[in-house]
Design a protein around this ligand. Structure first.
Ligand code: 0L1
Ligand code: MG
Length: 256
């Protein structure tokens, strides 16, 4: 394990990359970081955001597509945390100057209805969610050119930078739904099947990760289940995610 003071130094480096919108080289260039170290840096990074007044209000999964897992040479999802400072209301403007090199991902979100007991082996994670919605995640790796190792991206809170959620609907199956990501420059069509085969599988993967990493899941929190297509650059203008039968959510990139 990396010593505690070094963990805090790495968290400070990633935090100032985010707050100053200045990218940073891979931590792996200068450090040997294990997965436990990476999650410890992530936790220290979140502590800094909380100390600035942000509130943790959700979790997100990354590497939920087979293609991304294969690219990173892993067989496991990664988990990051969302804060109220990252939240963008559906249809709202988002100032692109907040980010280094933002990209949008079309996702599915779940709402947690009751605190999840991580220690009860019988916990039924599907019974702990009460609503589902289309979502846009904004990822913004703090690493130069989005070039990172597995532990780099875990430490960097899985590139989490922003998210918008469409109208919540009572929870239902969203298996095999067409998903469209439309930006001013591009249109990409995918399927919810790209999210671990079915977004509901993401809930089970999340429970497993949260048990291993002791990440609490509380009533009212949001879960971003993973991306249904590759990410597209977030640029000035309207970016929309549409999930067939579920609805749409948009954000409008602006340069202030
Ligand atoms: O949310 C995601 O699926 C992205 C995880 C981090 C990897 C990236 O920044 O591309
Ligand atoms: Mg994502």
């Amino acid at each position: 394990m990396i010593p505690e003071d070094e963990i805090r130094t790495l968290a400070e480096r990633l935090d100032s990359a985010q707050t100053s919108r200045t990218d940073t080289p891979s931590l792996a260039n200068s450090h040997t970081i294990g997965t436990d170290d990476a999650y410890a840096v992530q936790a220290a990074l979140l502590e800094r955001r909380v100390a600035r007044g942000e509130r943790i209000n959700g979790v997100k999964l990354g590497f939920t597509s087979k293609a991304k897992m294969a690219q990173m040479g892993v067989s496991d999802v990664i988990v990051g945390r969302l804060t109220d400072g990252m939240r963008i209301a559906d249809g709202d403007d988002v100032d692109l100057a907040r980010f280094i090199h933002p990209k949008a991902e079309p996702e599915v979100a779940y709402r947690i209805a009751r605190d999840v007991d991580l220690d009860d082996p019988l916990t039924d994670i599907e019974a702990c969610v009460d609503a589902v919605a289309p979502a846009l995640e904004i990822i913004d790796s703090r690493y130069r050119d989005f070039r990172f190792t597995y532990t780099d991206v875990v430490a960097d809170n899985t590139s989490a930078a922003g998210y918008a959620i469409g109208a919540w609907r009572p929870v239902r199956s969203v298996s095999n739904r067409a998903v469209r990501l439309r930006t001013p420059e591009s249109e990409t069509v995918g399927s919810t099947a790209a999210i671990l085969g079915d977004p509901v599988h993401a809930l089970h993967a999340l429970l497993d990760m949260c048990r291993r990493r002791r990440i609490p899941l509380r009533a009212g929190e949001v879960v971003l289940a993973g991306a249904a297509t590759a990410a597209a650059p977030l640029t000035p203008g309207v970016t929309e995610c549409d999930v067939a039968g579920l609805g749409t959510v948009t954000v409008k990139g602006v340069l202030r």
